[in-house]
Design a protein around this ligand. Structure first.
Ligand SMILES: N[C@@H](CCC(=O)N[C@@H](CS)C(=O)NCC(=O)O)C(=O)O
Length: 202
């Protein structure tokens, strides 16, 4: 059985919990206290971070890498597009999300980053970058169109945390908020939330 080492408030861990619940297979979630990390975390992941997925002698880290593995191992419902061109485009989008959005999420999650100016800059970058997605999400139900995909999984934990991070989107980004609500109403999304995540959003 797969085991996921997961942080109860970690947006990257939430991505993997979300995919595990979407697939509806057997797995075990091990909650890790990030203030008091067990030693084996750094043995399994040289960067000392969660999420980590363990399946027999396979040990994986990095949320997007873990999620692609789960998607290939349990193909239904498929979350990466079947077509190679769309698949490649999706990977490129995932890469862009990390470079342009989640690098700033990491600043806000980092307990050692206490500089208010750095935190405010991170909020501003996230606000601007998310607002740019509004025209696409006005037309599309999900990031790629009608089909729910790995891109929606990747971005959802950020949309869930906007209030929690103190980020208010401008009015013209309403389609982004509505898109978030569509993802948050999925049964697997709700099941994957930890008690600490449930209280992040009113
Ligand atoms: N790029 C990584 C980021 C993982 C990450 O930043 N995890 C944080 C918690 S949200 C962590 O484990 N922090 C503990 C530490 O760095 O000591 C991923 O996508 O999995």
């Amino acid at each position: 059985m797969m085991q996921l080492y997961s942080g109860t408030t970690c947006p990257f861990s939430q991505r993997c919990r979300f995919v595990l619940f979407e697939k509806g297979m057997d797995f075990e979630i091990r909650d890790i206290d990030l203030y008091n990390k067990p030693e084996d975390i750094s043995v399994m992941n040289p960067y000392g971070q969660v999420p980590i997925l363990v399946e027999r002698d396979l040990v994986l880290y990095e949320s997007n890498i873990i999620n692609e593995y789960i998607d290939e191992r349990f193909p239904h419902p498929q979350l990466m597009p079947a077509d190679p061109i769309m698949r490649a485009r999706t990977r490129l989008f995932l890469y862009n999300f990390e470079k342009e959005l989640f690098v700033h999420v990491s600043t806000l999650e980092n307990r050692n980053e206490t500089d208010p100016a750095a935190q405010e800059a991170a909020r501003q970058h996230i606000r601007d970058r998310l607002s740019m997605l509004a025209p696409i999400l006005l037309k599309n139900k999900y990031m790629l169109g009608e089909e729910f995909s790995m891109l929606d999984v990747a971005i959802a934990p950020l949309l869930w945390r906007l209030d929690h991070y103190g980020i208010e989107l401008p009015k013209n980004a309403a389609p982004v908020q509505k898109y978030g609500e569509r993802i948050f109403s999925r049964p697997a999304y709700i099941e994957a939330l930890t008690p600490s995540e449930k209280v992040m959003r009113r």
